[in-house]
Design a binder for this molecule. Structure first.
Ligand SMILES: *Cc1c(COP(=O)(O)O)cnc(C)c1O
Length: 388
């Protein structure tokens, strides 16, 4: 099995390689969630996670994938018929817009060409015409295109509208690069365990601003499992409302401890360095950059003409035990996506570049010579050494 290979690298934009300490914690014996031992962990986590959200507000931990967290943000502030502006620049933007429609919102879509970032002025124009808009939805990083959207600028526009909330899907952003919730004035922020939080799949973390909480009681969307009011009450008495996800919360405690020790800015710097590396050496190998405003958490590389990204992805996995992702929908076959979140060692990044070189050569021996691959690999190793 590929994953049992000692050299196996999971370099997808989530799920990601787990830190050895996290793997150890995940193997611990199960404990009950209504115990003093777990209560202490939960208390520490609920406090500690605020520093990653960079908020004074409470952060909620729900057992569901990230999409559940996206739904939770919507149903807790929206009522059927509410006006929503959804920025759609890829697969995840599409999903959130669909979700809002499913719950009866009147959704105006701001279509952004794949690979590009939203023009904030377009949203501003829409808000001017529709000041009664309840929410603007945007991905911080649209993982399907590896674009980072200008969240700070969006927030400064939305802030001017007292009835409008900025909800941000930061599932591949929060914990990977700066997104200070309070300082920027983000009203709803959602993260996912298997992406920037470096954990297994299965939990979502989210917070609402004070401005957003004002709409929670009046929101008329049906909600049961995702009713944050229940969770708030339970958290206030030191518990989660439903059974706690002991395994992941315990591992989250470990991750938060590591982030605290390392410093959030240092974590951002490390992820930025990985992104710079992939962009630099991806280009040297003959790939292009797909995103015009590239995110640090994931890089989308356009494949050389005549080559197929899906085949490159498969070959890399089968021949070299490295998992990256291809493109979806209109980007299918045209791009490969490399994740920079999680536990990644320098040597893994060098190996990725080297193996990508060999993969290009496998499909077209005339595209790149063995000598060129070897030179680029040496250069890559030197780059990491010179840019610690
Ligand atoms: C992965 C991802 C999601 C969906 O998360 P699931 O955990 O698969 O539900 C949503 N938004 C973005 C931007 C993502 O990268």
């Amino acid at each position: 099995m590929t994953s049992l290979n000692d050299n196996y690298s999971l370099l997808a934009p989530g799920p990601v390689n787990l830190h050895p300490e996290v793997r150890k914690v995940l193997a611990l014996p199960m404990i009950h969630h209504r115990t003093p031992e777990f209560d202490a962990i939960l208390k520490r986590v609920l406090k500690g996670i605020k520093s990653v959200f960079q908020t004074e507000q409470d952060v909620y931990l729900l057992t569901s994938t990230g999409s559940g967290g996206m739904e939770a943000l919507l149903v807790n502030v929206l009522s059927p018929g509410d006006k929503v502006i959804a920025i759609v620049s890829g697969k995840f933007g599409e999903r959130w817009a669909d979700m809002a429609k499913t719950f009866g919102a009147e959704v105006t879509i701001v279509n952004v060409p794949w690979g590009e970032a939203v023009k904030v002025s377009e949203v501003e124009e829409l808000l001017k015409k529709n000041p009664d808009t309840r929410a603007v939805l945007c991905q911080a990083c649209e993982t399907s295109t590896a674009v980072a959207h200008p969240i700070q600028e969006l927030a400064s526009v939305v802030k001017k509208y007292s009835e409008t909330l900025l909800l941000v899907d930061a599932i591949t952003a929060l914990g990977a690069y700066p997104l200070p919730m309070d300082a920027w004035g983000i009203d709803g922020l959602v993260a996912g365990s298997q992406k920037a939080f470096m954990l297994p799949t299965g939990m979502t973390f989210l917070a609402l601003s004070q401005k957003a909480w004002k709409f929670v009681d009046q929101a008329k969307c049906p909600r049961y499992y995702f009713d944050l009011r229940k969770e708030k009450k339970a958290n206030n008495s030191g518990e989660t409302f439903y059974s706690s996800n002991v395994a992941i919360i315990r591992a989250l405690d470990t991750v938060l401890g590591m982030i605290e020790k390392q410093g959030l800015q240092e974590l951002f710097r490390i992820i930025h360095r990985r992104a710079e590396f992939t962009r630099t050496f991806g280009l040297k190998l003959g790939f292009g950059l797909y995103a015009k405003s590239p995110s640090d958490s994931v890089t989308a590389l356009t494949v050389p003409s005549g080559m197929d990204g899906q085949k490159i992805r498969l070959h890399l996995e089968e021949a070299h035990a490295i998992t990256i992702m291809g493109g979806q929908d209109q980007a299918k076959g045209k791009i490969i996506r490399v994740g920079h979140m999680g536990y990644i060692q320098d040597e893994e990044q060098v190996r990725l570049i080297e193996c990508l070189g060999h993969t290009l050569r496998f499909f077209d021996p005339d595209f790149i010579s063995l000598e060129h691959i070897s030179n680029i690999t040496d250069e890559a190793r030197a780059w990491l050494r010179d840019n610690p």
